[in-house]
Design a protein around this ligand. Sequence first.
Ligand code: G3P
Ligand code: CA
Length: 289
Amino acid sequence: MHARVAAATTAALLGGAVVILPSPHARAGSQSTRPVIVSHRGASGYAPENTLAAIDKAAAMGFSWVENDVQRTRDGELVVLHDSTLARTTNVEQLYPDRAPWKVKDFTAAEVARLDAGSWFGPRYAGTRVPTLKQYMNRVSYNHQKLVLEIKNPGLYPGIERQTLKLLSNEGWLDPAHLRSSLIVQSFSADSVRTVHDLRPGIKTAFLGRPSIAQLPEYARFTDQINPDHTGLSSGYVSAVHSFDGPHGTPMRVFAWTVNDADVARRVAGFGVDGIITNVPDVVRRALG
Ligand code: G3P
Ligand code: CA
């Protein structure tokens, strides 16, 4: 165990203050550089979430990092959508009134492709579609953007990790350049994150949640990042995460979500987070100066 890790773990186990020794990797100014801004579900404060319009909006505003949510249709197509049902963000209830509760996994790709995923957000987005992951990756590439890809509800979709990585590979996203700087795969499921790491150890991964400091050594075996809800976050916790080296031998990083308020953005930036995931990236950019 690394000395920094040992110090943090011992302190955590004793319930005392965490002593953090400096990282030997000296991720140049990681505690003081501005956090990366990630447009959550695209620039979802300004365009319908998880659509091509939302990532185009982020691009138009000058933001390269976007986040999405990946699920699977009944006939095995990977699609980009947050909820486990289609009800909130599409007109599925009108088109298919007898298909409650309108779960993504109960609809075919052709049925999903008919849905309007934009009108709920505003009339100017009428006719916007739920993108397949393939369509989405093409657009992210076209926009020269970078992606935090979330595998959503993996328990509903056995094998979705392998299928997602195959698609990413086919789309040219698992080459060294993308692995180095353009892709992070995350999930609320530690098992899913571990599976991604085991299948393709070169991929940077993130666990969504906030494990205890005592648990961090175990997480550091398979995840490069701990991405917590911003509420209750502290500089001590961020420093503790930074004190552990992830599977690629560099300090684990922290992206906080979902920060839509300028004061909160400044506060979590002060904690030393490496990234801020937000629906309103322009607000965070302004807040951080
Ligand atoms: O990227 C963080 C965030 O997306 C996690 O929550 O529910 O918006 O997917 P959720
Ligand atoms: Ca998400």
